[in-house]
Design a binder for this molecule. Structure first.
Ligand code: GDP
Ligand code: MN
Length: 382
C-alpha cells in the first residue's frame, strides 16, 4: 500500500519524526483557508503517488493569500506523469541549508534490511545513485539485532553529513527504523531530509509503502486501502477476486498457482517476450473463474497473445479443459491463445481441447514451447 505524502508525514509524526505543520485541501478556497490558519510562507504540494513532483511544477512556494490561490488553482487538476492531482498539501515553508536522503527498505538478496543515507539528497538523487554511488552510505541491519544508536551515529558519520546535523539525523534515523519495523512498512524514504539554517533536521517529503498483509495488526490501515491508486486492469481483476498484477508487456498470462504464474512470467521473459500481467486463478478449474480471467486480460489493450499455463494437481486435466472450453463460449477473445496443459489427466484434458483448436486457439506440448509460441504470436521478441 503506497501512501500519499501527507499520509506518510502523519505516519512519520506518530513515530516522532519532525515534519512541517500542514493540512490537505481539495479546492483553492480550502488551500487559502489552510494557509491563513498555519501562517505564511507556505508550500503548495501536489498529492500524487509518483516522484518528481517538484520538477513537474507540482510544488510551489507561496508568500501570501493570492499566491496560494494562484498555485492551488494551477496545481489542482494538473496531470503529473499520468496522475491527476485532486488534492494538495499545504505546509509551513521551511528554509533549507542542506538536503539529505534517508531510507530503509528490504534487501531480499542480503536477507536483511538496507538503510541508505546520503549528504546529496534532493530531486537529483537518482543521478547521484547512478553517477556517484559512493555518495550513498549503506548499512545492512539484521532484523534480529535491530539498529542501535552507536551504529546510527557511525552511519551518519560515514555519510559525511554536516556535523551540525548529527544529533538530529541520528534521532530521525532511529525513529525511521522504528516506523519501518513497528509500522510494518516495506519502504520508508525521506527525500529531502533537510538541515535548516538554524540547525534543525526535518523531513520535508515522505514516501511510505506499507505491507498490505499487516492490516490485521493495524486496523487503521484500512483507510489507506481506500486511497490506493490501482490501474484500471487491477481494479477490474480485484473486483473479480483474482490475484492479478498489471505489467507492461503484450503476453497475457493465466496460470494456476502463484508459483506457476511467477514461473510463467519468467519463462515469457526468458524467451524474449514481455508479460502483460501476473494472474493466478488459484487451484480450481471453474469456468467462471477462467472466463473472468480471460475477460480481464482481454480488456488490456496491450495484450497481443494469451498464454494459459495449467498444471493439474488435485484438479484433473479434463475439468480444466472443460473450464477453458466453457469460458471461451462465454467470452469472445481478441487475441490468440496458447494453452499448455500438464499434470493429472493431462492427456484426457488435451483430448477434450483437441476439437476446439484453431489458428487462434493453440496447444503446446510443454511450457517452453508454449511460451515461444505465445511470444511469436505477440509479435516476436521485444
Ligand atoms: P518531489 O519532487 O516529488 O520529490 O517533492 P519534494 O517534496 O521532495 O520537493 C521537491 C523539492 O522542492 C525539494 O527537494 C525542495 O528543494 C523543494 N521544497 C519542498 N518543500 C520546500 C520548502 O518548504 N521550502 C523550500 N525552500 N523548498 C522546498
Ligand atoms: Mn522528494
Amino acid at each position: 500500500m503506497d501512501l500519499y505524502e501527507y499520509q506518510g508525514k502523519q505516519f512519520f509524526a506518530r513515530f516522532g519524526i519532525p515534519v512541517s505543520a500542514g493540512d490537505v485541501a481539495r479546492t483553492p478556497d480550502e488551500a487559502v483557508a489552510v494557509a491563513e490558519r498555519i501562517g505564511y510562507p507556505v508550500v503548495v504540494k501536489a498529492q500524487v503517488q509518483v516522484g518528481g513532483r517538484g520538477k513537474a511544477g507540482g510544488i510551489k512556494l507561496a508568500g501570501d493569500k493570492d499566491e496560494v490561490r494562484t498555485h492551488a488553482t494551477s496545481i489542482l487538476g494538473m496531470d503529473i506523469k499520468g496522475h491527476a492531482v485532486e488534492l494538495v498539501w499545504i505546509e509551513v515553508a521551511s528554509d533549507i541549508a542542506e538536503e539529505y536522503y534517508a531510507s530503509f527498505t528490504l534487501d531480499r538478496s542480503a536477507k536483511s534490511y538496507l538503510g541508505m543515507l546520503s549528504a546529496q539528497g534532493g530531486v537529483e538523487i537518482e543521478t547521484v545513485a547512478d553517477e556517484n554511488p559512493d555518495a550513498i552510505a549503506k548499512i545492512w541491519v539484521d532484523p534480529v539485532d535491530g539498529l542501535d544508536e552507536a551504529t546510527a551515529r557511525a552511519w551518519v558519520e560515514a555519510a559525511k553529513l554536516n556535523p551540525v546535523a548529527t544529533e538530529g539525523a541520528v534521532n530521525i534515523l532511529l525513529s525511521l527504523y522504528r516506523a519501518y519495523i513497528e509500522g510494518d512498512a516495506d519502504l520508508v524514504e525521506i527525500n529531502p531530509l533537510i538541515l535548516t539554517p538554524d540547525g534543525r533536521v526535518h523531513a520535508l517529503d515522505a514516501k511510505v509503502t506499507l505491507d498490505g498483509n499487516s492490516t490485521f495488526r493495524h486496523p487503521d490501515y484500512e483507510q489507506y486501502d481506500e486511497t490506493q491508486v490501482r490501474d484500471e486492469r487491477e481494479t477490474h481483476a480485484h473486483e473479480k477476486g483474482l490475484q492479478y498484477v498489471g505489467l507492461e508487456g503484450s503476453v497475457g498470462v493465466i496460470a494456476n498457482g502463484a508459483g506457476l504464474a511467477m514461473s510463467t512470467v519468467d519463462v515469457v521473459n526468458q524467451v524474449g517476450g514481455s508479460p502483460a500481467n501476473f494472474l493466478d486463478i488459484g487451484g480450481g478449474s471453474n469456468a467462471a473463474v477462467m472466463a473472468g480471467a480471460l475477460e480481464v486480460i482481454n480488456n488490456d489493450p496491450k495484450v497481443r497473445s494469451i498464454f494459459i499455463n495449467i498444471f493439474g494437481g488435485i484438479t484433473k486435466g479434463e475439468e480444466v479443459a472443460n473450464g477453458i472450453i466453457e469460458a471461451l463460449a462465454r467470452v469472445s477473445i481478441n487475441s490468440p491463445i496458447v494453452i499448455r496443459l500438464d499434470g493429472t489427466n493431462a492427456d484426457e484434458g488435451r483430448a477434450l481441447l483437441e476439437p476446439h483448436l484453431s489458428d487462434t486457439l493453440l496447444m503446446a506440448p510443454d511450457m517452453l514451447s508454449a511460451a515461444r509460441t505465445a511470444v511469436a504470436l505477440a509479435g516476436g521478441k521485444q
